[in-house]
Design a protein around this ligand. Sequence first.
Ligand SMILES: O=C(O)CCC(=O)C(=O)O
Length: 301
Amino acid sequence: MPEVLPCPTADPSQAARNLDRHGFCVLTDALPSGIRAEMRARITEQAIGERKLDAGTDDGAVYLGGAGRAERANRRVWALMNKGEIFQQPLMQADVLQLVSQVLGPDFLLSAIQANFVSPHDDPLPFHSDQGYVTRPWPPYSLTASVIWMLDDFTEKNGATTVVPGTHLPQEDDDPNAMMVRARLIRKGGIPICGPAGSALIFDGRIMHGTGINTTDATRLAVLTYFCRPFLRQQENFALSVAPHVLDTLPDSIKALLGFQVWKTLGSVEGVCAEGAIVERPQAPTGAVNTTGEPLYVGAT
Ligand SMILES: O=C(O)CCC(=O)C(=O)O
């Protein structure tokens, strides 16, 4: 008998049981509507400004191996911490943080915070696991967890995130039968995870997921918070400890050792940078901008 998949719930205890059993859950009423409206307005303004500045990214070039058409790719607004105080809010929602800690343990780090627009008829983001860069065999626990904050209703028609149930379970990687089952599941496609605006979709970082196709005439917007276990970082925080004048003198080989080289998307700045790129502090304006691309000093006193 096919397994019954979890429904959105406003009850954090039920959400916790769903997450435990299925590797994902939807908690409704996770963000008050005022916060949601403010986030939406700020992201929309920022996205228009970033287009003017030719900043921000379209997934097509990055995730679709260059095959995606930029005009039909999901649009991202990265590094939201710099782009408005309102983006601190998702990091303060206790019920959702509790669900993240159910996946990652009591201590975890924010690995990225960004917005994703799925516009009508965008190419879907292909199925992937958010810890896909980890060498297999994986440990029997998740190394990452994600929360997708629905700023719009997520529906079957507007590009709701799709997940492939069961793909978070430990895989017998060397077992050809298990690999075939997994491949079949992925080919069959995922199921759209629907929920009303203000819901949070929380999932185990191993689960295969992607974006759906938006066949409506309105854009679907979400904020994505991506978390990882606290040991997924270096002991010394070189981004802060190495003085800028010293950094300028270092050869790329040493910058790479210090963590200034992008590896499988990790270590990127303001979007997913090319594999192997040596990253630098971006030139201004990198923070909040208005619709004409001029800096907005959000958070300044
Ligand atoms: O926006 C979405 O629905 C999913 C995005 C996603 O899967 C990702 O960024 O890894």
